[in-house]
Design a protein around this ligand. Structure first.
Ligand code: SF4
Ligand code: SF4
Ligand code: FES
Length: 250
């Protein structure tokens, strides 16, 4: 993370008439900053002197925390992206969306059945979908969001779960939907129902869960908990790497 102060950044911004090589103008909360090309949006915002307290998690495209909305100087279109995965471009007006209010239905998965109306009964608003496809266009994961909602509405739980598999719960779809649907909660319910009631139970998983519950690994876990960071690092570096092992066996 940059250690530059806002004053230093402001000086650079004021110097924008004589920019450094490959410097780009971006706007964060309406204020202009000059940042080097090639950075991700997240790194560029940090370069501009901001520190992420919210709206940042894995920095690797998995957690969905870094939702960004932007519009460019010369465009009508509003864009949706993950700040940790998208490279900064000249003229971006950026806004971070750390949280999208979207209440989740209350349920215990054990009390549900994977039936045609199960999702609809918990999220009746899916019946209000007007098929505008705005949700799909807002998704930084290129998921067919409208399609999984339509499948949930039809009661095809397995398909809704499959189509939404890459959802990282960033909430961009829910923010834009004119029918106020909470897509990612709907998708999560579909995947939970599929995992619990539709897919075949893995025998290996069942066996491993029984081993864990039977205390087979308690001693090893206790040892790990008692180790220092240095010991843990040493252990990690000595781990058996499967690809390497296979290659050696060739
Ligand atoms: S944005 Fe909402 S109303 Fe439009 S297609 Fe998606 S779920 Fe349906
Ligand atoms: S489906 Fe919605 S919540 Fe999931 S990744 Fe796409 S936009 Fe984000
Ligand atoms: S910080 Fe996790 S997806 Fe960007």
């Amino acid at each position: 993370m940059t250690t530059e102060t806002n004053t230093e950044i402001a000086r650079k911004t004021n110097d924008a008439d004589t920019p450094e090589v490959s410097a780009l103008n971006i706007y964060v909360m309406g204020k202009r900053y000059l940042v080097p090309a090639g950075l991700t949006i997240m790194a560029a915002i940090e370069y501009a002197g901001y520190q992420f307290v919210r709206s940042c998690g894995c920095r690797a495209g998995f957690c969905g925390a870094c939702s960004t909305v932007y519009r460019k100087d010369d465009e009508q279109k509003l864009h949706f992206a993950l700040a940790c995965q998208t490279t900064v471009e000249d003229g971006m007006y950026l806004v971070q969306i750390p949280f999208v209010p979207a209440a989740k239905a209350k349920y215990m998965i054990e009390d549900l059945k994977a039936e045609e109306n199960t999702i609809l009964s918990l999220y009746p608003e899916i019946a209000r979908c007007v098929s505008c496809n705005t949700c799909t266009k807002s998704c930084p994961q290129d998921i067919k969001v409208m399609m999984y909602i339509q499948n949930a509405l039809r009661g095809d739980i397995a398909k809704a779960a499959e189509l939404s598999f890459d959802c990282i719960q960033c909430g961009m779809c829910a923010m834009r939907c004119p029918a106020d649907i909470k897509h990612y909660h709907v998708a999560q319910l579909a995947r939970r129902l599929r995992g619990k009631y539709i897919d075949t139970l893995s025998k290996d998983l069942k066996k491993r869960v029984a081993e864990v519950e039977g205390g087979q690994y308690d001693k090893e876990i206790e040892e790990l908990v008692g180790m220092s960071e240095e010991q843990l690092r040493g252990l990690y570096n000595k781990r058996e790497i499967e690809a390497k092992k296979k290659k050696e066996g060739e």
